[in-house]
Design a protein around this ligand. Structure first.
Ligand code: M6R
Length: 599
């Protein structure tokens, strides 16, 4: 929800330009305010305000701050409006300490009340502000920054990734619980951050601190204390360092207007990369196959839609009973789980709070597998087995290439599980088909001009095309703020048909296959109620072309089983171009953040 960075540079180099650059790479995590704090000459300097990074930087010149260590924050407001006073970093009573925080302190009201009774004065409405006040209180009793943070995290409840500086100690101290935090070792210095794109340019060697470990960055290196407050041996720390192979360019727009468009165009490469994971998937399937008699997918949002496709595939190809549960609802279904159930968690970020809590619950009874894009994240450490989708960093808030990579991994898993490994050959053609769709998107740009005025949309599909309809509708809602509803094509007549008239465009997804004829009847149903139909189907389908008001033709012809991997691309583009027509920033939809680290 928010993004944090901390950095200490060797050789007394000025840290503020690097903090600004790094925190800018986390703008997908929050964009309603930004702040930076550095220490110089035994004094804490803070520049912060509400607004996006560009606006605030134009006003405050954030890189112009002295000091070789500091912290930075981008905010996605939860407690208190976006405002200068609520922006991070927050300080203690004596402005000796500054803190940035991602997460939610659930018991902040009780703590605040107690601190108020003790005479503390608060400036903001945030939950975060209790943290520097508590740290300050313990430091006033004689503790150093590390020990004061340990005392503080023994009191606060909820989720947090915290980085703190103190004007009297040349270090950054950070810790986490239920929120992501990585530590990076670079040539120029040492880092902590919410996510790797922040530091890709400066540090490739990454550590993933465990919950409640205390990370201490000084000019000389990184030390970590375990949750019992003992220093972890430096050899053990070194053995845990992972080198990331993402390049800084991967997190840049590289000539595209928006990350979302860049990421849509990277989808064929993303799928190719996912397909290189075949052997790992085979090993996992071989280990689990005879041990399970039921599968349960758990995920949120777009990852939930990828999971639904998994149900269609596994039940029809492998005949294994499979269900799909929204992660935030999972706790209500845990009674019927057992050790013969494989629970598959899908998450591009690997840090979604709802999904992580579900993994904890599932680990008590069942085998767990996480399909994740970001290496080393909490989901990968919690689950028994991991499949990496290898889509590369995704910066746009709307999931696009990570969704296709999730699908590719789920398809491979399902084919191998059902002893139909030969079908992977079909998947190998998918990157070429995606590029074919992307060759000429001008017709979608045109159609978006017409549809930008709509207030409501329906997306309909049957069988494998139903989850695509749901995902198309989610993309539309998310980045255009137009209401979009995905429906099983056959279910429309059981209620929503009452809404259909000439003001509601209906997107019909109908690849060639068994379901095509039935979907065509549903197309006729909406058309006879006056709906404007935008159909996505095969170029060879004269009927679909003649019946629809607008059509996007997919060539070469792909069967409905493989179609989700290709037919989603025009739907992503439709949302993208409608957002552009409506003058909205598709990378930063209002109220949303890339990684949802609160329940
Ligand atoms: O990182 P995850 O895949 O766990 O995220 C789940 C959802 O929050 C995410 O897919 C969300 O729905 C996207 N913004 C959709 O584009």
């Amino acid at each position: 929800m928010c993004g944090i960075v901390g950095c200490i540079l060797k050789n007394n180099e000025k840290v503020a330009p690097i903090l600004l650059d790094s925190i800018s790479k986390l703008e997908y995590r929050g964009y309603d305010s930004i702040g930076i704090a550095t220490v110089d000459d035994n004094k804490i300097n803070i520049k912060k305000d509400d607004g996006n990074i560009k606006e605030v930087n134009n006003k405050l010149d954030l890189a112009d701050m002295d000091g070789n260590y500091g912290i930075a924050h981008v905010r996605w407001a939860t407690h208190g409006d976006p405002s200068k006073i609520n922006s991070h970093p927050h300080t203690d009573e004596n402005e000796k300490i500054a803190v940035v925080h991602n997460g939610i302190i659930e018991n902040y009201l009780e703590i605040k009340e107690q601190l108020l009774n003790e005479g503390h004065v608060f400036k903001s409405e945030t939950d975060t502000e209790v943290i520097p006040h508590l740290i300050g209180k313990y430091m006033d009793k004689g503790l150093d920054l590390e020990s004061a943070i340990r005392e503080t995290i023994n009191i606060i409840e909820g989720s947090y990734a915290i980085a703190a500086i103190c004007k009297e100690e040349e270090k950054i101290v950070a810790t986490r619980k239920n929120s992501p935090l990585i530590a990076g070792i670079g040539e120029k210095g040492f880092f902590v951050a919410s996510d790797s794109p922040a530091i890709l340019k400066y540090a490739k060697d990454i550590l993933y601190p465990e919950e409640r470990e205390i990370v201490i960055l000084t000019e000389d290196g990184i030390k970590i204390k375990d949750e019992y407050d003992n220093y972890i041996d430096s050899e053990i720390i070194e053995s845990k360092i992972e080198t990331i192979d993402w390049t800084p360019e991967m997190a840049e727009k590289e000539g595209y207007d928006y990350f979302m468009l860049k990421e849509i165009n990277e989808q064929s490469t993303a799928v190719k990369n996912t397909l290189t994971g075949k052997e790992e998937i085979k090993n996992i399937v071989n280990e689990l196959k005879d041990e399970i008699n039921r599968i349960c997918f758990v995920a949120c949002g777009t990852s939930y839609h990828a999971s639904l496709t998994g149900k269609y595939l596994i039940e029809s190809l492998a005949g294994i009973p499979t269900e799909v549960i929204i992660a935030s609802e999972f706790e209500y279904f845990t009674n019927a789980l057992d050790d013969k159930t494989l629970i598959i968690f899908i998450s591009q970020s690997g840090e979604t709070a709802d999904t992580l809590l579900a993994i904890d619950a599932a680990n008590k009874t069942s085998k767990t597998l996480a399909i994740v894009n970001v290496v080393g994240t909490a989901a990968t450490r919690k689950a028994d087995y991991v499949i990496y989708t290898q889509a590369g960093p995704e910066i746009g808030v709307a999931a696009t290439k990570t969704y296709l990579s999730q699908l590719a991994a789920i398809y491979m898993f399902s084919f191998i599980l059902s002893d139909k490994e030969y079908m992977i050959k079909e998947l190998e053609k998918v990157p070429e088909y995606i590029d074919e769709v992307l060759k000429d998107t001008s017709s979608i740009e045109e159609i978006s001009k017409k549809f930008k005025y709509a207030d409501d949309f329906f997306f309909i599909g049957r069988g494998y095309s139903y989850p695509i309809a749901l995902e198309g509708a989610l993309k539309l809602k998310e980045i255009t703020y137009i209401h979009g509803e995905g429906y099983a094509a056959g279910e429309l007549k059981h209620g929503p048909l009452a809404l259909i008239d000439q003001n509601i465009p209906v997107v019909v997804i109908s690849p060639p296959g068994e379901n095509h004829k039935k979907t065509m009847s549903n197309l006729a149903e909406v058309q006879s109620r006056g709906a404007d139909v935008f159909a996505i189907g095969s170029c060879d389908d004269d009927f679909l072309i003649s019946k629809s008001d607008d059509v996007f033709c997919i060539s070469p012809e792909v069967d409905e089983l493989i179609a989700p991997l290709i037919y989603i691309v025009p739907l992503q583009l439709l949302s993208y171009y409608v957002a552009i027509e409506r003058k909205l920033d598709p990378d930063k939809p209002r109220n949303l953040a890339k990684c949802v680290t609160v329940e």
